[in-house]
Each structure stands twice: as C-alpha cells, then as structure tokens.
Design a protein around this ligand. Structure first.
Ligand code: CA
Length: 436
C-alpha cells in the first residue's frame, strides 16, 4: 500500500483496536481518532507526548525507544516526544505527523501483535487516563480570535446596536478577528478567576472599579498552526488547510460589562485576557476528514483571495453544560454545530496572513463564538439570556443570567461516525471569586 491508502486505512470505520474500551460506540477515542496531547503520571512525572486510545494514553517515547515507532526527519539525540509541548514534533511537518498516525493505527489495531502481545512493553507504554494528568498540549506563541458565526454576530449586533442593521457592512466581506493574549490560555480543568476591571453603570457618569458582574463563556473551536509562514508571505486560501495541525475545543471566557465599556474604538482588551480554556487533546485534520461538509453559501461572493473550491466546514456536534457548585447534575444549556460557521478556517488563515503577517507552529486561532440558527443553539449566555433579561432555568432549581462563582462550565464536542464517534473529551473550567 502507498502512503495515501495507508492514511485512508486509519479512517476505516470497521478497524477495531485490541484496547477494547476504544471499541465502545460512545468512546471519544476510537482507533480512528488518535489525538495528540501532553501528559504525566504519578510514576513518571516527566511531561511527554501521548495519543489517546480508549481509556488509555499511549506513551510515544516508550514506543519509540522500544523500536516500534520511528519518527521520520527527527535528528539524533533525545526523543522529540520527551518535551513539555508538542511544538518540536509538529515542526517536523505533515509527512511526519501522518507517518506516526499510520504507524500507531497499525500498532493498536486488533490484528497487530507487536504491542498487543508484549505485556512488559504494554504495561510501560499504555497509561490509564484516570492515572494521568493532562497539560497544555502546545506552547502557544500567538493567539488570535475570530468572529465568524453569522448568527452570533447578528444576535450581538441586534442587542448592542440596531436589530435592523445588526451586521456591519464589513462583516460579510472580512473574517473579522483580533489579536488575543496567548499567555492566559490554559488547559481544561484549570480554575479561572473572575476579573476585576472598569464597569460603566448606566446611572453613573464615571466608571467604577470592581468585580465583573456579567461573566460569560464563548463556545468556540480552535485550530493549531502546524506549518507557519514567513513574514511577508501570505498563505493562499487553497493551501491554508495544509498549515493546520488540528483542532481543540476553546472557551473564550468574556467579561461582558468590562467589554461593553472598553471595546470602543479598538475592540476587546481586558474583557478577554483573563483566561481562555482549551481541551487537552488536539484532534488532527486527518482524523476529521470523514466529517467534512459544505460551508454555508456566502453572499456576496468573497473577494478572490478568500475563495476556495470544495468543502471546508466540519460536522462537529457541540454542547455547553453548566453545573453550580455542589450540584449533582449539570444542565445542558446549549446544543449547536460547528458546520453553521460562515467563514471557514482556511478563509480565516488566508485573511490573517494576507497582509504578510507571519504565523508560527503552535499558534492558536479561535473560531469565534459558535451560535446556531435556533434559540437553544447559542454559544454565549449573553445570547441565551438576551443580556440577562431571560434567565436560564437550571435542572436542580435556580436560574442563571450570567456565570456565578463556583459554577463549572463544560464544552463538549464530537463527530458522529458509522458506529463510532471522534471526540475531543471536554473543555472544563470553574470560576473562582474575584480578588477583593
Ligand atoms: Ca471570542
């Protein structure tokens, strides 16, 4: 078989793993997924690269040192997998990611004996996820956030400006974005502290300083740059997906009251810099290939540098859950799908670099809040409650206009295949009280 049919075989829906938990239809990590992350465990606290399979993590460095995994284009010296971030591995290029994916898919498939029948190596190289800690998977040089859901932009424009002219004229021509703050991107499970800042109350002339009263989430996905571009050299829209390593779930925590006062005229600043949570596993674009669908029709037709043939949206089911402190059960407060996004990841990246702006391996690009066409498919509480006017009812009683201290917010995302699903696991964060 050649490389492309080997890659195709990694997506074969009938392929099963000898890691039996991976074959459960509801498992996020079947053999067709194989997402990359950084982990450590109690026996070995060194941070290192792993791939999720069923309820386990495969220790890539352990397989490499046992001679079962070869990493093309890596030089001599210590393993590229014994790092506290995936950047050095990602920088080896797409042929290397694909080669590792193909080798792992074979090693973990049910009919492949090399690892399956080597109990000593299996014990060393397979770590239960419940025994491991997951860390931020990449060192992120830069973080950019877009604003690409038509439904979200329309809802926000209606609320803050004019329902008749909710979308500004540039929105349908430009994948609108801003340069975010990479330093405050954290991995799922990290608590996030409610920010203090300037709040402008309607009945007072000057702002007051205090804790955010309108704390919100933004349901987003993010993509991680796998191949950068040189300063001055834009990435063409048709080539843009070749620069993407994979995708994560992303919660762009937002302080709506701070945002509303500060955003004129340059856009959000402190309202968005106090924390951005991403899921720990990066799902590669290769694993997502079966879930590629057509993007929404774009009218007006985008300028030429933003055009690409074929299908560039992905069918990703998304949910948001809210669990108050002490509650037994979370309430699902939104259900939507990534396929509704107006601008594609390729168009976002082409636009980002059209000025000649360079991107680097590990850069994170947020999709923008993903809202769907119905009332129960909004990607922020701002929209779900219409700026707090229609509070949400929670399962165990109580309501929410915005997030309260102790609330735990969870994003969930998955692609449903034939008899299997490809998931991200979750993107979780609990809100701590503001500093006094
Ligand atoms: Ca955002």
């Amino acid at each position: 078989m050649n490389a492309s049919s080997d890659l195709q075989a990694t997506l074969d829906a009938s392929r099963k793993s000898w890691v039996e938990s991976a074959n459960e239809p509801s498992c996020d990590f079947p053999i067709q997924n194989l997402p990359f992350g950084i982990f450590s465990d109690a026996l070995n606290t060194t941070r290192r690269a792993g791939v999720a399979i069923g309820d386990c993590i495969v220790d890539l460095a352990a397989l490499e040192s046992a001679g079962l995994l070869t990493v093309p284009s890596s030089g001599a010296g210590d393993s590229v997998f014994v790092r506290d971030a995936l950047n050095d591995f990602i920088a080896l290029g797409r042929d290397t990611w694909r080669s590792v994916r193909i080798q792992l898919s074979k090693l973990l498939s049910r009919d492949h004996a090399a690892l399956r029948d080597d109990a000593e190596l299996r014990n060393r190289a397979l770590i239960r996820q419940s025994h491991a800690a997951l860390h931020l998977p990449v060192q992120i040089p830069g973080y950019t956030d877009f604003y690409s859901s038509k439904e979200h932009a329309t809802n926000v424009g209606s609320m803050f400006r004019d329902p008749k002219n909710a979308l500004l004229p540039n929105w349908s021509e430009i994948p609108i974005g801003y340069n975010g703050r990479a330093s405050s991107v954290v991995v799922s499970g990290t608590p996030v502290r409610r920010p203090n800042g300037q709040l402008k109350l309607p009945d007072q002339e000057r702002p007051v300083y205090g804790a955010c009263r309108k704390l919100d989430i933004e349901l987003e996905t993010g993509f991680v740059i796998g191949r950068g571009n040189a300063l001055g050299d834009p990435i063409a829209c048709e080539d843009a997906e070749n620069h993407i390593f994979g995708m994560v779930l992303l919660n762009d925590w937002s302080a709506r009251d701070i945002q509303q006062w500060e955003y004129v005229p340059l856009g959000p600043f402190n309202a968005k810099t106090f924390g951005t949570t991403i899921s720990p596993w990066i799902v590669t674009l290769d694993a997502l290939e079966p879930f590629r669908v057509a993007q929404p029709v774009q009218d007006p037709q985008p300028l030429e540098y933003l055009r690409h043939g074929g299908e560039h949206a992905f069918d990703i089911s998304l949910e948001v859950l809210l669990k108050p402190q002490g509650a037994k059960e979370a309430t699902t407060i939104s259900r939507t799908n990534f396929r509704h996004m107006y601008w594609t990841m390729a168009q976002q990246l082409a636009h980002h670099t059209v000025s000649g702006c360079n991107t680097r391996v590990g850069d994170l690009m947020g999709s923008g809040t993903i809202s769907g066409p119905t009332e129960d498919s909004c990607g922020s509480l701002l929209e779900m409650t219409w700026s707090g006017k229609n509070p949400l009812q929670l399962k165990e009683g109580g309501t929410r206009a915005f997030i309260e201290d102790g609330d735990e917010l969870t994003l969930v995302g998955w692609w449903q295949g034939e008899g299997y699903r490809v998931g991200f696991v979750t993107c979780v964060g609990e809100i701590l009280p503001a500093h006094q």
